[in-house]
Design a protein around this ligand. Structure first.
Ligand code: PEP
Length: 258
């Protein structure tokens, strides 16, 4: 991480876990042990039905609430979908876009791009995910794949908006598997992502872009991952469901500025 040039963000992704009542109980526990220091931004992206409970419970804290998906259209006949303006009105600050679990359900790069643009227009901070499969890594095409995903996801974003985008590198083989990328593997790809952003948006914007690592990050391995120069935080699934583990990761982000 490099706190001099960019924000550190520790973000949780609850996926399809916790009810609204469990959300309230979680936030009460979290608030009791949340560190007072302000060395990083904190986000919790929760299931849509939990957003009101999460927003209410964190109103007097510095935890920002996010959604796990959005629809790129402003409104209309899209049964079951949720627009970015609905998320803003509900109190969201963040939205995860292009998570591999949604891509697995058929989300395309074009949709990821449209959702990213819609989120930015609504004033949300998009956490845009990219990542390779184990097969792609083993065939040596990780960099090409990530370059393509980033170029497509960020197409059409204006120079004044790019700094609002958070990019999350999440190797698919490491998500929910307990197999974390080594700090060197994670750093290599996050550094590559910064190079791609530099080519697209210039070096000042690349230096200011927050890039997260996600994939079995937990209270045991976070410090070393976060110590890498191009890893500015984490997108955390399983470990964000347990207040003590999530707080330990937040504490691990309190590292000397390089
Ligand atoms: C995720 O859901 O984005 C994730 C990284 O999950 P986990 O931490 O459980 O691997």
């Amino acid at each position: 991480m490099n706190r001099k040039y960019r924000k550190t963000l520790i973000a949780g992704n609850w996926k399809m876990n916790k009810t609204p009542s469990e959300t309230k109980a979680f936030m009460t526990e979290l608030k009791a042990i949340l560190p007072r220091g302000r060395w990083c931004d904190i986000a919790l992206c929760v299931p849509s039905v939990c957003i009101p409970a999460a927003v209410r419970a964190t109103r007097d804290t510095r935890v920002g609430i996010g959604a796990e998906n959005c629809n790129a259209n402003a409104s209309g006949a899209y049964t079951g979908e949720i627009s970015t303006s609905m998320l803003v009105d509900a109190g969201c600050k963040y939205v995860i876009i292009g998570h591999s679990e949604r891509r697995e359900m058929g989300e395309t790069d074009a949709e990821v791009n449209a959702k990213t643009l819609a989120a930015l227009n609504a004033g949300l901070i998009p956490i845009v995910c990219c990542g390779e499969t184990l097969e792609q890594r083993e065939s040596g095409i990780t960099e090409e794949w990530i370059t393509m995903q980033i170029k497509l996801a960020l197409a059409g974003i204006s120079e004044d908006k790019i700094r609002k985008v958070v990019i999350a590198y999440e190797p698919i083989w490491a998500i929910g598997t307990g197999k974390t990328a080594t700090p060197e593997q994670a750093e290599e790809v996050c550094q590559h992502i910064r190079t791609v952003v530099r080519k697209l948006f210039g070096s000042k914007n690349a230096r200011a872009t927050t890039i997260l690592y996600g994939g079995s990050m937990n209270d045991k391995n976070a410090y070393e991952l976060l110590a890498q120069p191009d890893i500015d935080g984490g997108l955390i699934g399983g470990a964000s469901l347990v207040p003590e583990k999530f707080v330990k990761i937040i504490e691990d982000a309190n590292q000397p500025t390089t």
